[in-house]
Design a protein around this ligand. Structure first.
Ligand SMILES: Nc1ncnc2c1ncn2[C@@H]1O[C@H](COP(=O)(O)OP(=O)(O)OP(=O)(O)O)[C@@H](O)[C@H]1O
Length: 372
């Protein structure tokens, strides 16, 4: 995706001025509530009209105030799951899906509607008007609509946050679309959890301005930036190789960068497969010593590489082969007299780890329309 967006818009007391140039496959949009994320997505999708400026996707102008160009939403090669989307009040789910699919040129259609409807479990909703749907149902229907457009870019206003348990099924679907259809995702959220699932990079938005664009790993090392965007919940994402399922003791064993990990039991994961596990930074405690006779199964030794001051505490970066982040209070940091270069143990309970969804190669094959 090559995206250029240099626009201005005033909404009430809120001023948005973006100067964003994206040359990547995927991008996250990170910012506090009210920073302007939904506004940016609306401008890209074509539900909002900028006052001035220019938007171009892959060299094609979508908006240019100087040239008087404004490509309407239906004609933009963009699918969008937006938080606020004006939809015809009485339009049924089926009519909405059908209309989008019919408008998409046959040679561009790349997904089978029936399989998508089944996969997103929206078959029972087809006769309902959109206004009768719950938030989560609505998000799934909007995702189906966005995908049936066979878009060249998918905008997501954190739909996973409101999808409940469906998020576990939809995440691998989106990942599969990224690889199978080379579909770029632009994912907006106020936390990094879902963004980093789909993109290694993020643009940071604060008070209607893009203040940084960079690798998420680099953004996490910028204490001022973290403070500015009030990032509170930070997850560690760790790749791990499944080595053993211990049914008797109820745990799965894995290796990550030479470190042995004791994880929640997931016997269906093939031995020798790679998984991504996550653990919130706030779930990791630190100790200067190995603690024998404790129920916590993971005590991982590493060296502190940075101490980042946050609103209510300190984010400690520890090099354990890969970088782990532990969120502790300022008091704990002072009491332990922690400094860069100190060696510490990261203490992590088995049940604090969760498995992130992995795209299994065969699960989605029936979705793709390969007849074109
Ligand atoms: N229809 C509107 N009229 C006037 N102001 C609006 C309107 N919609 C949004 N705003 C203002 O624009 C600003 C940015 O809103 P926006 O929804 O883009 O933020 P956001 O980053 O997506 O927030 P959140 O994470 O809470 O969804 C807010 O200050 C909001 O009050």
């Amino acid at each position: 995706m090559r995206l250029e967006m240099k626009v201005t818009l005033r909404r009430g007391n809120f001023d948005l001025t973006t100067d964003l140039s994206v040359q990547d496959e995927n991008m996250g949009l990170l910012g506090r509530s009210g920073a302007g994320k939904s506004t940016v997505l609306g401008l890209l999708a074509g539900t909002l009209l900028p006052e001035s400026g220019r938007i171009a996707l892959d060299g094609k102008l979508l908006f240019d105030s100087g040239k008087g160009i404004m490509v309407p939403r239906e004609q933009r090669p963009i699918g969008a799951v937006l938080q606020y989307d004006q939809l015809p009040a009485e339009e049924t789910v089926q009519d909405g899906l059908f209309a989008v699919y019919e408008r998409t040129p046959k040679q561009r259609r790349n997904l089978k509607p029936a399989s998508l409807i089944e996969f997103l479990d929206i078959g029972a909703l087809l006769k309902q008007p959109m206004r009768h749907l719950s938030t989560g149902e609505r998000q799934r229907v909007l995702l189906a609509k966005a995908l049936l457009k066979s878009p060249k870019l998918l905008l997501l206003d954190d739909p996973l946050a409101t999808m409940g348990h469906f998020a576990h099924a939809v995440t691998p679907l989106l990942k599969r679309l990224q690889t199978e259809l080379a579909l770029p995702l632009f994912y907006a959220s106020h936390t990094l959890g879902n963004i980093s699932e789909f993109s290694a990079k993020a643009a940071v938005l604060a008070e209607g301005r893009i203040i940084r664009v960079g690798l998420i790993n680099d953004l996490l090392q910028d204490a001022d930036l973290l403070q500015k965007i009030g990032l509170s919940q930070i997850d560690n994402r760790i790749p791990a190789l499944v080595t053993q399922h211990d049914l008797a003791d109820g745990c799965t064993l894995a290796q990550s960068y030479g470190i042995g990990l004791v994880l929640p039991l997931r016997p269906e994961l093939p031995l020798g497969s790679w998984v991504t596990i996550s653990i919130p930074a706030n779930e990791i405690a630190l100790s200067r010593h190995y603690i024998p006779g404790i129920s916590i199964q993971n005590q991982i030794n590493g060296e502190i590489c940075a101490l980042i001051r946050r609103d209510n505490g300190v984010l400690v970066q520890i090099d354990c082969g890969t970088v782990w982040l532990a969120g502790i209070t300022l008091k704990a940091c002072r009491d332990m007299d922690l400094k860069e270069g100190d060696r510490v143990y990261c203490l992590a309970k088995t049940q604090s780890f969760s498995y992130r969804s992995n795209a299994e190669p065969s699960t989605f094959n029936q979705l793709f329309d390969k007849s074109q």
